[in-house]
Design a protein around this ligand. Structure first.
Ligand code: 13P
Ligand code: SF4
Length: 353
């Protein structure tokens, strides 16, 4: 469909250029402004809301979402919104969480191929087996899981509230799934030690003793954050001794320890905004580096730019437009699973911001 409102497109282009002129090439901005204009027109016509994760590519991130944020912030927005449909510009497990919270609304995800290596690392059956192995021990699952896994859990968490969720349980032992590195980072913060029973049989008495104050983990990994190494940090620090290094808690504990700050995607964004240092290294998905650079033109962002999440990368402006045009792809969660998953998500949301 040719776009005839040239003035509207120009206005969208100028707004995008103001933010993105140093980050996105001009020819790309002109093309994407047309798509963004049409998405915003259709969004208004349909009464839709668009939620955009911090990892969305810069042109999309700065043009169509009504709300941007990390997983926790977007779950809260999904719980509060009155609008329908909800278009989730993020990966599938995030859109599923929105559906869990809004069973009567249409929830659209622009690409069904937007998976996540953490969500793919564990099944509902795996969680049931762990419960049999450790009866009575509460199960915390990271929101980077599918609805059937959430349904087997007592409570969910995100990188932004994992410590608060574990502390809210007031138990010595917690099963914490499925991110090995997040579990190790959280274990250190909460003073628990960590065991991985699937690869370390617990038959021996001394191993049973290890279970006191333990986080019982799983070997899932984020295929993006596992790529960062301590050597990367050392290399950059040698070149730029004044660099401030930020690492997402899905990075290995060694990387988190070598960094100056670790937090959720939004916590990292806030940290850069509130810190006066001239340059930063963001050890996370590289589109977020572009978005932070666009918001902080006076600060230098050093990024390891080859590290783009292939799943977040599936979400494009073209597919977001098609989502609104053709009402696709609709996220569905079987009711019996949804109700149980909702309990775990609601318990998380009840724990403060
Ligand atoms: P946040 O909750 O910090 O936004 O992280 C989500 C994610 O998928 C990080 O890889
Ligand atoms: Fe999943 Fe990692 Fe991509 Fe986040 S960055 S969506 S954890 S694969």
């Amino acid at each position: 469909m040719p776009i005839t409102d040239i003035e509207g497109v120009t206005e969208t282009y100028l707004k995008m250029r103001e933010k993105l002129k140093d980050v996105v090439p001009d020819f790309e901005l002109r093309y994407k402004a047309e798509l963004a204009f049409e998405i915003n027109r259709l969004k208004a016509e349909r009464g839709a809301v668009i939620l955009g994760h911090n990892y969305m590519e810069p042109a999309l991130f700065h043009s169509v979402p009504d709300f941007t944020g990390d997983s926790l912030e977007l779950s809260r927005k999904a719980a509060e919104t009155e609008r329908d449909p909800i278009v989730f510009c993020g990966v599938r497990f995030m859109a599923e969480t929105a559906k869990i919270l809004n069973p009567d609304k249409t929830v659209l995800v622009p690409s069904m191929n937007a998976g996540c290596s953490l969500a793919a690392s564990i099944t509902a059956e795996d969680v049931r087996k762990l419960r049999e192995q450790f009866p009575g021990v509460p199960v915390v699952t990271y929101v980077n899981t599918y609805a059937d896994v959430k349904a087997e859990s007592d409570i969910c968490c995100t990188s932004g509230n994992a410590v608060a969720v574990i502390e809210s349980l007031k138990t010595d032992r917690v099963i914490f799934l499925p991110d090995e590195y997040l579990a190790k980072n959280v274990a250190r913060e909460t003073g628990k030690h960590i065991i991985f029973p699937v690869h370390q049989p617990l038959a021996r008495k001394d191993r049973q003793d290890d279970l006191e104050y333990a986080l019982i983990g799983w070997h899932g990994k984020c295929e993006v954050h596992e790529k960062f190494s301590v050597e990367d940090i050392q290399f950059v620090r040698r070149q730029f001794p004044d660099v401030v290094v930020l690492a997402h808690p899905e990075c290995s504990p060694e990387v988190v320890e070598a960094a100056d700050f670790s937090g959720s995607t939004s916590a990292m964004i806030k940290y850069v905004q509130q810190t006066r240092a001239p340059r930063y290294l963001l050890l996370t998905e590289c589109s977020m580096g572009d978005n932070v650079a666009a918001e902080n033109p006076e600060k230098e962002m050093l990024r390891l730019c080859s590290v783009r999440c292939p799943h977040m990368n599936q979400i494009t402006l073209e597919d977001t437009l098609n989502a609104l045009r053709y009402n696709r792809f609709q996220v569905e969660v079987p009711e019996e699973i949804r109700v149980r998953a909702r309990r775990a998500v609601d318990r998380m949301l009840e724990i403060g911001p």
